[in-house]
Design a protein around this ligand. Structure first.
Ligand SMILES: Nc1ncnc2c1ncn2[C@@H]1O[C@H](COP(=O)(O)OP(=O)(O)O)[C@@H](O)[C@H]1O
Ligand SMILES: [Mg+2]
Length: 376
């Protein structure tokens, strides 16, 4: 029987220290900003490791000892109300801050606490009545004021912050800037994808958040640094891998961290202890990854409208650089149109993150999804 060993190529955003690859400069830089009381806007393309970097910094001794840290991912929020709810959930569920829950229960007048009982563990839990947030502004201000009154300074990371530009309410930016500015004891980290939205929030002089944070960006992990890391992980567990296979995986998705990890995780699982996996095994690794996703992709794809499906299919068949989807050439080639209906399909797909911009071209965001569409 095989003994179960942990796969060292971690796929969740909580990457334990010993499996965390590099980012030494970026970690030092972000920690320095935090320690010097600066707000930070962290720009990077998706899946490069923004969230991972923040969590990594929050685990550092010098940060942990001096700050209370919170991370709120607002990607799924479409309104201030939903943001308030995610915010409340995040602070309520953060363990390890003594006295925080009591303070929240006292300080939050705008929502009712719900007491839950877990029969399995015979324990009570207290959370906010989060489903019902009648006055999101008040809730946000109350939570901020509780955090602001804590003994230690607070670092509040708002992940996928560019989402606020799509909120239903008007003037969210001006409103949030005003309430954030009042906090004396809270530093903010805002993350978002490179692109129009984050630029618009932080780089336009006419906007409320202009000049409110130092900018930081994140690039891919260096090719050789990742290669050394992957080799070390394999060898630590008595396995081996051809360097060229690591390079091939890295290059296939242009070094994007999540894909590196996904391919290496599979490569690791296909290698027996004492064996060496080779460059020629790339196909079998990649096929296995597509196969793992096939079921959810099928489900996902079936939910798109006919126009959306046609557009995705067409883009998937174009090159890596993407397509100018309303060009005559593109529409004729795939027999889709008119431009207006393509635009409609595109904006829905973009809003949900399935399509993103590459300059003025459109690409399918998830490259494995793209390959799956192409194969089917
Ligand atoms: N430095 C790293 N070392 C190892 N794995 C990482 C590292 N950074 C990110 N990852 C992996 O890549 C995935 C995507 O990173 P994430 O931080 O979620 O990206 P982003 O927030 O930029 O979209 C994570 O789930 C994690 O598995
Ligand atoms: Mg993230």
């Amino acid at each position: 029987m095989k003994t179960l060993i942990r796969n060292p190529f971690v796929l969740t955003p909580y990457v334990p220290e010993e499996y965390f690859c590099d980012r030494e400069k970026e970690t030092a830089q972000l920690c320095k900003h935090i320690l010097n009381g600066r707000n930070v806007a962290l720009f990077a393309n998706r899946r490069l490791g923004k969230t991972g970097l923040i969590r990594h910094c929050f685990q550092k001794k010098e940060i942990k000892e001096s700050f209370h840290t919170f991370l709120v991912d607002i990607y799924s929020a479409g309104s201030l109300k939903e943001m308030a709810s995610l915010f409340a959930k995040a602070v309520f569920s953060s363990s390890g801050v003594s006295g925080l829950r009591d303070k929240l229960l006292k300080g939050l007048k705008s929502i009712t606490p719900v007491i839950g009982y877990n029969e399995l563990t015979s324990s009570f839990s207290v959370s906010a009545g989060i489903r019902d947030i009648p006055e999101p502004e008040r809730t946000i201000e109350e939570i901020l004021s509780v955090l602001d009154s804590m003994k230690r300074p607070v670092v509040l990371a708002l992940d996928e912050f560019q989402r606020i530009r799509d909120f239903k309410e008007n003037n969210t930016e001006a409103y949030l800037r005003t309430v954030f500015q009042k906090c004396e004891n809270i530093q903010f980290i805002y993350t978002g994808s490179i692109g129009h939205s984050m630029n618009n929030i932080f780089k336009s002089p006419s906007k409320p958040f202009y000049n409110s944070a130092v900018m930081m960006t994140l690039d891919v992990i260096d090719r050789d640094v990742y290669k050394d890391f992957a080799l070390r992980m394999f060898r630590q567990y008595g396995k081996d891998i051809e360097e060229n296979l690591i390079y091939k995986c890295y290059d296939y998705f242009s070094g994007v961290t999540w894909y590196n990890q996904l391919l290496m995780n599979e490569a690791f699982s296909q290698t027996e202890k004492g064996d060496k996996i080779k460059e020629k095994d790339f196909e079998s690794i990649y096929d296995a990854i597509i196969a793992q996703q096939a079921f959810s992709y099928q489900e996902l794809f079936s939910r798109f409208s006919e126009k959306q499906k046609a557009l995705l299919l067409a883009i998937a068949h174009e090159g890596k650089e993407g397509s100018e989807i309303t060009s005559k050439e593109f529409m004729n080639k795939y027999g889709i149109g008119p431009a207006s209906s393509i635009q409609t399909a595109c904006s829905a797909l973009k809003k949900n993150g399935f399509i993103s911009n590459n300059g003025n071209r459109k690409v399918i965001t998830d490259l494995i999804f793209r390959d799956w569409i192409r194969n089917n």
